[in-house]
Design a protein around this ligand. Structure first.
Ligand code: CTP
Length: 404
């Protein structure tokens, strides 16, 4: 499957901060994904990186002034031509101008005239970023429809540590996918229930059995479903705090139900299933549990035998209503497609999303995945190794099209 941004016209506006050099990597990344990349640089950006660098990377002329004779493209032309505009890095000055409608150079003029999605990637000194004026300006442009990314926190060029760093290129790409490419509201009005992460089966007050699932895939699917118009409820088992926090920052926690064990997850799914249109069972539900000792087990003996009891299969025990869609996952170390198709049939699924959990391209814990989707109509589609966000979008677009 191709990249989402293949053949899209992306205009990258580079303003004057030390992170300007990172915009070179961003342009190179977008170009490799098949986009047609054009660059506009502010005057101060050219103090950090030369236009020639961007011209060489993008194979397109770089715009540096409003009235550049040789590579002149009128601002209206570039606004109309662009499918997406990204300001990266965006300085406090450029954000302030966008917030007040100032149009005194090519970037600010393009931002004022463009109607396509406009992504702002702020990167600046921490004090400038947290300054109430900058924060007010960011809120103002958000209200005007700009899509503003959160900068990273860490060591800054000036030697201090704080918020304001230019985010990783993969994160910027994830943001583009979630906010821009997903303009088709395939799942508008649909209620989606997603289970995430591993379950925890307690052995005693101290120990438990769980698995390596981080919940990354589930949250990538949740965000993608939202950007495709669905309303999403997540039933989360043991998931990474970072992933959960970043989701809550964007969407709040009202639609997240936290559970611990396979038994709790089953109960929660059963409570929600009647009001669900699409069930997406991403969770790595424990197959076995054990009776929890109320007191801590002491290490008296050389060996300890735990008696494990099979959990009930959540997906397998649900009765699918006519218009409901059930999507299951199959994480396998071997015989991937065979086991996945057995699950598709045994659990009466509409789709099963299969991924290999061993080898270099494992989806477990990492940011990337390689997936195969099998459908109950006998169709099969592969999704190559790429970011979980991008694959979530491509898979859901494929599923949406298959359903229609
Ligand atoms: N699943 C479930 N309830 C369980 C176990 C799994 O609903 N008790 C769901 C998972 O969320 C996933 C699908 O069933 O969508 C397949 O899960 P997986 O762990 O790959 O397979 P199992 O059915 O548990 O079989 P096995 O572990 O033998 O591969």
């Amino acid at each position: 499957m191709d990249s989402i941004i293949k053949d899209k016209n992306i205009t990258v506006c580079v303003t004057g901060g030390i992170a300007a050099y990172k915009a070179v990597y961003l342009c190179s990344f977008l170009k490799k994904k098949g986009a047609i990349v054009r660059v506009i640089m502010s005057k101060s950006a050219t103090e950090f990186v030369t236009p020639l660098t961007f011209k060489s990377i993008t194979n397109n002329p770089v715009i540096t002034t409003m009235f550049d004779n040789s590579d002149f493209i009128p601002h209206i032309g570039i606004s109309e031509l662009s499918d997406i505009i990204i300001v990266a890095p965006a300085t406090a000055n450029c954000i302030a101008k966008a917030a007040s409608g100032i149009a005194d150079d090519m970037i600010s003029t393009v931002l004022l005239s463009a109607t396509c999605p406009k992504i702002i990637v702020p990167a600046m000194n921490t004090q400038m970023y947290v300054n109430p004026v900058t924060q007010r300006n960011i809120n103002t442009i958000k209200n005007f429809g700009f899509l503003v990314m959160e900068p990273d926190t860490g060591l800054m060029a000036c030697g201090t540590t704080g918020v304001g760093r230019f985010p990783e290129i993969e994160s910027i790409y994830g943001f583009i996918i979630q906010n821009c490419a997903a303009r088709n509201h395939y799942f508008s009005g649909k209620k989606v229930l997603i289970t995430a992460g591993g379950t925890i089966e307690d052995i005693d007050p101290v120990r438990y059995i769980s698995n390596r699932s981080s919940g990354k895939t589930a949250f990538a699917f949740a965000e993608t479903f939202i950007s495709l118009g669905a309303s999403v409820t997540i039933i989360a088992g043991n998931v990474s705090d970072i992933i959960m926090d970043s989701y809550i920052k964007k969407y709040g926690n009202e639609n997240i139900i936290s559970v611990r064990s396979a038994h709790d997850m089953k109960k929660s799914v059963e409570e929600k299933i009647n009001s669900t249109d699409i069930l997406c069972m991403c969770a790595a539900v424990a197959d076995y549990t054990t009776e929890c000792n109320t007191l801590k087990i002491k290490k008296n003996e050389n060996t300890l035998n735990l008696s494990l009891i099979k959990t009930l299969d959540i997906l397998g025990s649900l009765h699918k209503k006519t218009n409901q869609v059930f999507i299951g996952f199959a994480a396998e170390s071997n015989n991937l497609e065979l086991y996945a198709s057995e699950k598709l049939n045994k659990k009466s699924l509409d789709f099963v999303i299969a991924n290999q959990i061993t080898g270099e391209k494992t989806a477990f814990g990492g940011d990337k995945s390689e997936l195969i989707v099998l459908s109950n109509t006998g169709k099969r589609e592969s999704f190559f190794y790429k970011s979980k966000n991008e694959n979530a979008y491509l898979v859901l677009e494929y599923i949406a099209r298959s359903l229609s």
